[in-house]
Design a protein around this ligand. Structure first.
Ligand SMILES: [Zn+2]
Length: 110
């Protein structure tokens, strides 16, 4: 199963989904393309299955999707964060054991 689609307007090979290409490169509404080319798939079968099985949705302009981590369902925001990576703690203070862990050495007198 190929995840490549061929744009019916320019014959360019596009991976996974034609929607951004049609909208951004041709300034065409993908739904208008669907009415002009009713047999043209807008998404590859693998991409469509991923979107469905991972409950991909767009919230506030960011794609969210479900993932399974050791049997626990979690939600990730694509390109923004990951449920297993904690948010930055701006109040965090590096301690000497942390510095040793990361290879920082105290400068004498520093
Ligand atoms: Zn095209």
């Amino acid at each position: 199963m190929s995840d490549q689609l061929t744009c019916p307007l320019c014959n360019k090979q596009v991976p996974f989904t034609l929607v951004p290409h049609i909208r951004d490169d041709h300034s065409v509404d993908p739904l208008a393309l669907r009415s002009q080319f009713p047999n043209q798939a807008l998404h590859s079968a693998g991409f469509a299955e991923f979107v469905k099985s991972r409950s991909v949705s767009k919230r506030d302009g960011t794609l969210s999707f479900q993932l399974d981590v050791a049997g626990a369902p979690m939600t990730a925001r694509y390109g923004v964060d990951h449920p297993l990576i904690p948010a930055t703690d701006t109040t965090f203070v590096w301690t000497d054991p942390h510095r040793d862990l990361w290879g920082y050495r105290r400068v004498p007198g520093g």
